[in-house]
Design a protein. Structure first.
Length: 273
């Protein structure tokens, strides 16, 4: 079970003076059960690729298949768009989440059950259901938007910068939800926060001006970013560990966080290496 992106090129406004090629010859395979971190600079094509995988638009050339079928939003793939709160349109959170489920043909009983279990999945209090989505705190609004997408129960889920503009408490909560989700769904996680995305992802894909600059496992990604001197693409802890290794210190570069890094350095120092 897999998403196959083959030789995808996408051009906006072709044949006009505004013609712009946002993706060029993108090849990528996203296996079921993984978290793929999709990163790259501003305007590198992340959201364009995300939309095409989500079936919002079709690539000008090349193909995208999900388990052998074309992408169908809400059916085989769900997407949490960048700034999803801008897309609320109903009077209550319940109505907003229920909208997509009604379109799927679920009964009222099934919709109620589905919404309850989705809120439980992400630890969102049920009292928000009667509230206006426009009057929620930012963190709660983001979780409510995530609930709308999750309620569809698609096997593949794309999250386009889900933690952007969130305070640190909401960020932690959202990251925790994504971590738990990744046991059940395959997640494509787009972010500019390199320490967040590399900590959560099994595989990484780096876009630059619409092209794939790197794709592979997260440890291989870190080696690549260090070798290529892409300091902005490597969390500070990893920069330190790779730097020490290069200076000849016998440290493990695959550390889990600050505590792990410190104990690794202490062990190497005790060994006198
Ligand atoms: N509808 C559109 N029409 C024309 N050009 C577009 C359109 N949408 C995006 N672009 C251009 O395509 C390029 C890729 O945009 P995209 O939004 O995919 O980048 P991104 O990597 O998601 O950037 P960001 O980090 O800012 O979210 C940018 O140069 C952008 O200006
Ligand atoms: Mg974007």
């Amino acid at each position: 079970m897999v998403i196959k992106i083959r030789n995808v090129t996408h051009t906006y406004s072709p044949g006009t003076p505004w013609e712009f090629t946002a993706l060029s010859n993108v090849d990528l395979t996203i296996n079921e059960g993984m978290v793929l971190g999709l990163i790259g600079g501003v305007g590198s094509g992340k959201s364009t690729l995300a939309s095409l995988i989500a079936g919002i638009g079709t690539p000008v050339t090349g193909s995208i298949t999900i388990d052998g079928s074309l992408p169908h939003p809400g059916k085989n793939v769900g997407i949490l768009l960048q700034q999803p709160e801008e897309f609320f349109f109903e009077n209550t959170v319940f109505a907003d989440i229920a909208f997509g489920l009604k379109n799927m043909g679920l009964t009222e009983h099934e919709i109620n059950k589905r919404i309850d279990s989705t809120l439980d999945m992400i630890g969102l209090d049920h009292f928000v259901l009667d509230k206006s989505p426009f009057h929620l705190s930012r963190g709660t609004a983001r979780l409510a938007a995530l609930a709308s997408v999750l309620a569809m129960r698609t096997k593949y889920l794309i999250l386009d910068e889900p933690t952007v503009n969130m305070d640190s408490k909401s960020k932690k909560k959202i990251l925790g939800v994504i971590r738990n989700l990744s046991e059940k769904v395959t997640v494509i996680y787009i972010s500019h926060q390199i320490h967040e995305v590399s900590a959560i992802s099994d595989q990484m894909c780096v876009l630059g001006h619409g092209r794939v600059l790197f794709s592979g496992s997260t440890p291989k990604y870190k080696q690549w970013a260090f070798k290529e001197n892409k300091e902005d693409l490597l969390p500070v802890i990893d920069q330190v560990m790779y730097g020490l290794k290069e200076l000849g210190m016998d440290v493990n570069t695959d550390v889990l966080g600050l505590d792990d890094a410190v104990s690794n350095i202490q062990t190497a120092l005790k060994r006198g290496k």
